[in-house]
Design a binder for this molecule. Structure first.
Ligand code: ATP
Length: 318
């Protein structure tokens, strides 16, 4: 069953077409990611689904509620974690969570139980009565994500949930996101431009210039590249290159660190290479395609080529 249904969605800002005919469905229990460079239209789409932004045409449904005509029902059925911190620094961790439960009309015993559980999952039980002001960036983020799931939303939206955190804290935050998702049984919808974060998703929609250019499981997307890259260092790269061309009918590229060659299945090619080459091989490295390669293959550009884009109103309090 679809918990999010989007069909032919369009959004323009004063002539800028931010979202151009986007269509996708998210199934119950999925972790679904929007991956794309700055300015691709990810935040605009998530803002529309969270009813923080209107749209020009198309259909946007969340939990079977229409984002245009039933925004209150959409809002009460979702959780939302913004890019920026929205905790109250002058309240304790416990008070921040309690305030959230109060806003969602949860009774006292449920409130206490859920807060205890949430603090336990994100490893902050010992800091329950500390002011949030004293927390590190990673601790604040964990607390915010725990807060977003206290009322057990059917869908939790996360807009670039680990932006600005260092790599170690980011992976630690992801561990907690997955634990919380399991405990709450929610569907996750997230945006990111970090390739490695998109890998945790069951499915990814790759967005570019306001359009979805591919949507599938990460492994399927990578399989679509049809090939691995093998990096080879030899005692004589020029003669190794000629040998590879003749014996394997492949076209190696000369690179700074030796040769690179694209093959369909690297794990089959490497033993053949060792068995068939006369030129002495010094080292071989096999690289499976990454999501970065998928983006490059689809657009001819690298996802990291982009600079920051102007920000849309809505999610980030711009
Ligand atoms: P980022 O992570 O950098 O925000 P994004 O993929 O979330 O990227 P959006 O913020 O949705 O992209 O922006 C999509 C397009 O809409 C971009 O071209 C951006 O310049 C434009 N845009 C966003 N907000 C506004 C606005 N308030 N007014 C005009 N154009 C906007």
């Amino acid at each position: 069953m679809s918990v999010i249904h989007v069909e032919n969605l369009y959004k323009r800002y004063n002539g800028v077409e931010a979202v151009r005919g986007v269509t996708f469905d998210v199934r119950e229990g999925e972790t679904f990611g929007f991956l794309g460079p700055n300015g691709a239209g990810k935040t605009t789409t998530i803002s529309i689904l969270c009813t923080l932004l209107g749209f020009d045409s198309g259909i946007a449904m969340v939990n079977r509620y229409d984002c245009r005509t039933e925004p209150q029902k959409v809002r009460s059925s979702i959780g939302l974690v913004f890019q920026e911190f929205t905790l109250d620094n002058e309240l304790t961790a416990y008070e921040n969570l309690k305030f959230h439960c109060y806003l969602y009309g949860m009774d006292r015993s449920l409130t206490e139980r859920r807060i205890e559980e949430a603090l336990d999952v994100v490893n902050l039980s010992g800091r329950k009565l500390d002011l949030v002001r004293k927390f590190s960036g990673g601790m604040k983020r964990r607390l915010e994500i725990a807060r977003g799931l206290l009322h057990r939303p059917r869908v939790l939206f996360l807009d670039e949930p680990t932006l600005g955190l260092d790599p170690q804290t980011r992976s630690n935050v992801w561990e907690f996101i997955m634990k919380l998702k399991k405990a709450a049984g929610s569907t996750l919808f997230m945006t990111t431009h970090y390739m490695e974060e998109a890998e945790v998703c069951d499915r990814i929609a790759i967005m570019d210039n306001g359009r979805i250019i591919a949507c599938d499981r990460p492994d399927e997307l990578k399989r679509s590249i049809k090939g691995d890259t093998v990096y080879i260092k030899t005692v004589d790269d020029a003669s190794a290159s000629r040998e590879i061309e003749e014996k394997f009918l492949l076209k190696p590229k000369m690179i700074e660190a030796g040769l690179s060659v694209n093959v369909e299945a690297g794990e089959k090619f490497v033993p053949q290479l060792f068995a068939g080459m006369k030129t002495e091989i010094k080292s071989v490295n096999l690289k499976k395609p990454s999501l970065e390669d998928v983006f490059l293959n689809l657009t001819g550009r690298e996802i990291r080529d982009y600079g920051p884009a102007p920000r849309a109103p809505g999610l980030r309090g711009r």
